[in-house]
Design a protein around this ligand. Structure first.
Ligand code: SF4
Ligand code: SF4
Length: 424
């Protein structure tokens, strides 16, 4: 099933828009001290400079993740950790939540603002789908593996009374209630194969281009990312044309694509030729190694590194920064270093097919602009957010400084692998 989604006009809940006088809050001194101790980039260090130096970090909230409370708190924590960009769903409420998190972080410490990026798709795409099922169709004695495997806690089931009358019209029968929490589902697909009764459906959707163009023209969006398979240039062109003059408001245009083997470079060149006549800003290629898998384990990052090695060695690729995603986690920088690709400027192979690289003098751009972290970044901070929520309910993380400190340590440990922060 495929749907067309428009941008949601709901505004971020008012209680989350009200920020206290955080600059004067003594309780947050430990947070401020930690940010200063590790050397998070100051107001003068721009996201563009990070791309050039090869230490750009993007937080991926998820093209389909729409839990505005978590998104707001994640954005606050990762802004304090010094990310350069926060990528989120092309939805007004989500964009407002990201900007609220960013500004609340900047109220605590005067850091520069990360860019806000929205994600759209030109065709059906793994990142733009949701799981769906009717829990009343599930046997009561199902061991509920769907709930267990979901990395986003997006499935919640409880026993309750059926809404349908039983045949004798007297007692309601017991059934499962709840199901998929739509705004938390980001379409990772892990629940689909584990259901023993094949009850879970996939609902895919394509973001509406006109609504996206209107959203871009509002304040608070700096970049757009087009997810594409790269196989259907006509779909890409249709989306690009549909965005029209809204792109003149942007500082960066990213194209996220999977590794499609030998045709990857020709697809990239075709897409670049479509964009190039009216490309108003810098562009970036997001190399989506193994989509939505960074939280699974160490090995998940191998495909994104292999994709980067392959592209970096190709001479006739189109202009644009290269950035890893899809399977990225705490091991990605080590993997890049092993391949000689971290903050280097060129890659060649010698007669023995060994990789030779050149290190980064100040005047040259890094070959790999940086790394985007999604599932792994959300998992390490999400643990703290869940614990806070189970203790206090829906909350602004800065109201609980010990939780904020714990979440910030997690975020700094990840972002610091790219930005080489001082130990803390
Ligand atoms: S698709 Fe992924 S995020 Fe969505 S409910 Fe299934 S396991 Fe959870
Ligand atoms: S695994 Fe399938 S049958 Fe069991 S609770 Fe989940 S969706 Fe229902």
């Amino acid at each position: 099933m495929s749907l067309r989604f428009s941008c949601n006009s709901t505004s971020f809940p008012q209680q989350h828009q009200v920020r206290g006088n955080l600059k004067s809050s003594k309780n947050l001194d430990k947070v401020r001290n930690l940010v200063k101790t590790v050397g998070v980039p100051s107001l003068t260090s721009s996201p563009l400079e990070s791309l050039r130096r090869g230490n750009w970090v993007k937080l991926i909230c998820g093209a389909s993740f729409e839990d505005v409370v978590d998104i707001r708190n994640l954005s606050l924590v990762y802004t304090l950790a010094g990310v350069d960009c926060i990528d989120c769903a092309a939805d007004l409420a989500v964009v407002s939540a990201v900007n609220d998190g960013i500004e609340s972080a900047r109220d605590i410490v005067g850091l520069r603002r990360p860019w806000v990026m929205i994600s759209v798709n030109d065709d059906e795409d793994l990142h733009f789908r949701k799981a769906e099922f009717d829990p009343e169709d599930c046997p009561l004695d199902c061991s509920r593996p769907c709930e267990i495997v979901c990395p986003a806690s997006a499935i919640s089931l409880n026993e309750g009374n059926s809404t349908l009358e039983v045949s004798d019209g007297t007692n309601a029968s017991r059934v499962l209630k709840g199901g998929v929490i739509t705004e938390r589902c980001y379409g990772c697909g892990r629940c689909f194969p584990v259901c023993p009764y094949d009850n879970i459906r996939v609902v895919t959707y394509i973001r509406d281009t006109t609504a996206t163009a209107d959203l871009i023209k509002r304040n608070g969006i700096d970049a757009v990312e087009i997810h594409t398979s790269g196989r259907q240039s006509a779909f890409f062109e249709e989306l690009w044309d549909g965005l029209g003059d809204s792109i003149s408001h942007l500082r960066l245009i990213a194209v996220s694509l999977p590794n499609v083997g030998d045709s990857t470079i020709s697809s990239m060149n075709t897409m670049y030729s479509i964009m190039e006549p009216n490309l108003p800003c810098f562009n970036l290629w997001q190399l989506d190694g193994r989509p939505m898998s960074g939280d699974i384990g160490r090995g998940a990052t191998r495909e994104s590194i292999a994709f980067a090695v392959r592209l970096a060695a190709v001479k006739d690729r189109p202009p644009g920064f290269l950035q890893l995603a899809g399977g990225t986690n705490a091991h990605t920088v080590d993997g890049l270093k092993k391949m000689g690709l971290f903050q280097t400027t060129s890659i060649t192979k010698n007669s023995k097919d060994e990789i030779l690289t050149a290190s980064l003098p100040n005047s040259l751009h890094a070959l790999i602009g940086g790394i985007a972290y999604g599932g792994y970044a959300r998992k390490i901070v999400g643990r703290v957010l869940s614990s806070m929520q189970s203790q206090y309910g829906v909350a602004l993380i800065e109201d609980y400084p010990e939780h904020l400190l714990e979440a910030l340590r997690e975020a700094l440990a990840l972002v610091g692998t790219v930005k080489s922060y001082d130990p803390f």
